[in-house]
Write a protein that binds this ligand. Sequence first.
Ligand code: CA
Length: 486
Amino acid sequence: MNIRTFLLQAFALAIAVLVLASCSNTTTKKQYKTQGNSTSTIEKKKWNILFVSIDDLNTWTGHLDTHPNAVTPNIDRLAKRGVSFRHAYSPAPHCKPARAAIMTGMRPWETGVYHGKQDWFSGVKQYESIPQFFARHGYHIMGTGKLFHNGDDGHTTPGYWHEYGDFGYKKVKSIREDRFNETLTWGPSVEQDEEFPDYKRVSWAIERLQQKHDKPFFLGVGIYKPHLAWHVPQKYFDLHPIENIVVPKTIPNDLDDVPAQGKKWAENIEDVFFNDHKKIVAAGKWKQGVQGYLATSSFADALFGRLLEALDNSPYKDNTIIILWGDHGWHLGEKNHWRKHALWEESTNTSFLIHVPGLENQNRIDDTPIDLMTIYPTLAELTGLPEPKHSGKSMVPLLENPDAPWDTPAIMTYMKGNHAVRFGPYRYIFYADGGEELYDHRSDPYEWINLAENKKYADVKARLKAFLPTKQADAITDYHYDIKGK
Ligand SMILES: [Ca+2]
């Protein structure tokens, strides 16, 4: 090759490279290096994390349009700048086991924490929790409110936080109330917003957002409402005029095709909350109950709005992951049931939203069924940290590509040996005594028709059953309140 040919070829090659580079600049997404040799459209670095838990929040939010009377403008605002998972499920439909699982990444059948009467801390203390993990990786850890299960058993998880804002518990007074027992009660409160511990917790968190932080921070804010009792200021009831309230759709005899264990849970026979639904309906107060829940959810939403506004007015607006989750769902009459403590859609389906700085494809609702065991590994991956010991799967692939394949079922567990699996359009429930339910959400979104005995679905049932754990930890001991004096 003479020098002229060489120069011409080199010139042609340089032009080709330039053309290719300019094409790729206009047609490809921004790419970031990840661990290993792969690339990602999400920048993985030590983002700050605003970690918000809203207790007992089901999916009655404005943007999901699951209840016509829901008023949650602030959660909807987060949905606009993030991804909201319509089919997100709690690993356990009760505060204590749900939080034990979510916060440590270990499922109930691994820890033995299955229900609300147990000494949960002894079941999980050997596992590194989310705040401990981020502390070990150089984060400044701040928390307030109900993140782990706390309150009556006194565990605000001392030592897990560099700073913890503890505002205790306040029994508020009501102007008038409908009361069915110690906890199931609703009506406008005498107290105004500022007097609620939740309000003070959020104020404490806002102060932290206004401070200068030298390290990345993890700020956990646990809002107690809409947990019972539903006493919040009148203005939140006014958002939901009683004449407009719609009660959930039900059919008579829905429980006829439900196995014995499901029926027991529906009526709370094993609990002190006996026959809530019958009592509420007999008193003509179903609408009022729905109003109470919606009002209290709007109160929680308003508190979240204060937090979001403070973040937006802080230097951390563009470098903070926002994650918001409810710990489980809530029945308000579906399956003749109130509260949680069951394995149906309403007990287990909860709100779950995430905003990631710079992520494309936000402002969308994702319909993939996932469970909240995704939280721990997802946060670790988004912040570029090594994978923690956990039982869940990171949902980063779903965040990057809404059409990404997802072959991991959502699994829910309540009391030892009882599980539900949500996979594709189906829900399969297996009770420890062998009882089964199967629902197809394409034709039956309210889970009215149990298909478990229908031979046509034998293969589906077998496929879902195969996801159940083969080994299950013994239940750890219950608290002995009389001995501990608690
Ligand atoms: Ca039924």
